[in-house]
Design a protein around this ligand. Structure first.
Ligand code: AMP
Ligand code: ZN
Ligand code: FE
Ligand code: FE
Length: 279
């Protein structure tokens, strides 16, 4: 049986509703799915009864963006539910910071002649947490670019004219809040960290494990079989448990399939047992 421990719904920047995603998971013959929307647990509320009807096990989760230069550091937290808790209580702040960042980005895009109205963005996001993939979709729809990827390359990625940063949790804060809330923190898509030097990478892994990191994504949707194997070696070297997820976003990442990713490689369910034993 297979699992998918990293997915997005319309509660953030995926194109499929939380409930429909549960039925897609069942159709993809997944035994377990984790919903890990950016900065929000809201999707878990409608997903829960749908998962029951679809006959899949749903694990509550979230994806946090952490403070890191020069690249991108994302943390997937598994086994976390809506309600009260140290991490849950910080989400309103993170969502406010995201909202202010989005406004700044619309201003910066306007300054280079790219017009997105706030209503257009809200409509694209259909009530969920708004992110850059929604801006990308509006840019495609209005003919500024051909693809979501091109929207990022020209206007939305770090270092392009539309980009604006936002206050984020530090790695220690994110990992600490996850653990204090009973969650299992997992370093997501480590290739986006922008750390190529292996000594610097080792120092960073030591820093993150000292902070309480438990897992690292080895079976990530963008990795082929060789990539997954070398990430497993890295995981074991630093005492981290392997995790796996497609990072499914529906139409916002058209080449990524639920339950596998870009290469039709399933994610084995034994990954989950080890993560669960370290809760
Ligand atoms: P945000 O949380 O608003 O900063 O947006 C982050 C999301 O944008 C990520 O989860 C990815 O889905 C997507 N993303 C980031 N960089 C790129 C890129 N270069 N190409 C396509 N999608 C990207
Ligand atoms: Zn996303
Ligand atoms: Fe991510
Ligand atoms: Fe993601």
């Amino acid at each position: 049986m297979a699992v998918d421990l990293h997915t997005h719904s319309t509660a953030s920047d995926g194109s499929v509703t939380p409930a429909d995603l549960m039925f897609e998971a069942a159709a993809a013959r997944l035994e377990v799915i984790a919903l890990t929307d950016h900065d929000t647990l809201d999707g878990l509320v409608p997903a829960r009864p749908a998962a029951e009807r679809a006959g899949v096990r749903l694990i509550g989760g979230i994806e946090l963006s952490l403070e890191w230069e020069p690249g991108t550091m994302h943390l997937v937290v598994l086994f976390i539910e809506p309600g009260g808790g140290p991490l849950q209580d910080r989400l309103t702040d993170l969502q406010d910071a995201r909202h202010r960042r989005n406004q700044t980005m619309l201003e910066r895009l306007g300054a280079v002649g790219v017009e997105i109205r706030p209503e257009e963005l809200a409509e694209e996001a259909s009530g969920g947490s708004v992110g850059r993939p929604h801006m990308a979709a509006v840019l495609v729809r209005k003919g500024y670019v051909e693809t979501i990827q091109e929207a990022f390359e020209r206007y939305l990625a770090k270092g392009t004219p539309g980009y604006a940063d936002r206050p984020r949790l530090t790695p220690e804060e994110g990992i600490g809040l996850a653990r204090a809330s009973g969650g299992v923190p997992i370093l997501s898509h480590a290739h986006t960290l922008g750390v190529d030097n292996r000594f610097q990478f080792a120092d960073l892994m030591d820093r993150l494990t000292a902070a309480g990191l438990i897992g690292i994504e080895t079976h990530y949707g963008a990795y082929d079989a060789d990539g997954r194997r070398s990430m497993e070696t890295i995981a074991r070297r630093f005492g981290l448990s392997p995790s796996g997820g497609s990072d499914y976003h529906g139409t916002y990442k058209p080449d990524v399939k639920l339950g596998s990713g870009k290469f039709a490689l399933p994610i084995p369910s034994d990954i989950l047992e080890e993560l669960e034993s370290r809760r």
